[in-house]
Write a protein that binds this ligand. Structure first.
Ligand SMILES: [Zn+2]
Length: 291
């Protein structure tokens, strides 16, 4: 069954949770390039995918969230973009063979587009073509645009995914609470994200990461995303709100707590996983609670 068919037919699918934090447990330093581990430590990247598959994730995301030209250039790795993305898809695909599907992860490029920022749309389009193309070459079953914030970047990404015939496309935005309801950092409302998803040919729309209060805001967000265009919904929340302390950022929502909080939302969702701070144990607990 293809992922697209599973989305159309099956009930709730479980995806994976935080990745960077799991790689840090295996020795990744905070300031280094985690995506490069697809080339230098493929065994450890595979180990994280395997932990999630063992916890019950039938969908995993590749370790390629930052594999865009601009983020890689900061580590002097811009010329490795295709190699990293291709390897990331292959590693995940090998682990998930016979167990589920691989979403090629693409996060925001980290720069603002002209006229607000320094990046020209054509530069971003070129980077996206390499990233999407290499993920598909490596065997990704879908492209997941995640933690997205700006509509111009979202539209470009969806356009490139269509142009390169991605078999399935998923789009999730990172929403924060504002006085006028949930919005992304660039001010995008849930309805705008959902409309862009539909117009750009995505099969699923949803939310990941962000600073919304799990207990109150997610239900409203999901209702608004769904009411706008009726696409199936995906949710990958952080393990609670991020808290900044002297050791960096931490997340305090335990697996059991997260499972209790998301359980009432499950009937509205097609795909449920986690984002920053969530672990294989969070996925296991959510799956046990909901099933
Ligand atoms: Zn996150």
């Amino acid at each position: 069954m293809t992922l697209q068919e599973a989305i159309e037919q099956e009930g709730l699918l479980f995806s994976d949770g935080g990745f960077g934090t799991e790689l840090q447990k295996l020795g990744l330093e905070l300031s280094s390039c985690g995506d490069l581990w697809c080339l230098t430590h493929p065994d450890r990247v595979a180990a994280v995918h395997r932990q999630y598959a063992d916890a019950g994730s039938s969908l995993v995301s590749t370790n390629t969230f930052n594999a865009n030209r601009f983020a890689l250039a900061k580590h002097g790795l811009a010329d490795k973009q295709a190699e990293i993305a291709r390897a990331g898809a292959r590693i995940a695909k090998e682990v998930m063979a016979g167990r589920g599907w691989v979403m090629g992860s693409i996060g925001p490029c980290g720069e603002l587009l002209e006229p607000v920022g320094p990046i020209q749309p054509e530069e971003l389009r070129a980077s996206l073509r390499v990233q999407v193309g290499a993920l598909l070459e490596g065997g990704a079953d879908a492209i997941l645009f995640e933690t997205m914030s700006g509509l111009d970047e979202i539209r470009l990404g969806l356009e490139v995914a269509q142009e390169l015939h991605a078999p399935c496309v998923l789009l999730t935005g990172a929403f924060d609470p504002t006085r006028s309801g949930p919005r992304t950092m660039m001010g995008v409302r849930p309805e705008q994200l959902a409309k862009a998803a539909k117009e750009g040919g995505a099969s699923v729309v949803g939310a990941n990461c962000g600073r919304l209060a799990l207990e109150t805001d997610f239900l409203l967000l999901l209702e608004r995303l769904h009411a706008a265009v009726g696409l199936p919904l995906m949710l990958q929340p952080n393990a609670g709100r991020p808290e900044v302390n002297e050791n960096g950022i931490s997340y305090h929502c335990t697996p059991v707590n997260l499972a209790e909080i998301v359980a009432p939302l499950a009937s509205r969702l097609k795909i449920l996983g986690g984002c920053c701070g969530s672990t294989p144990d969070h996925i296991r607990a959510m799956k046990a609670r909901i099933n």
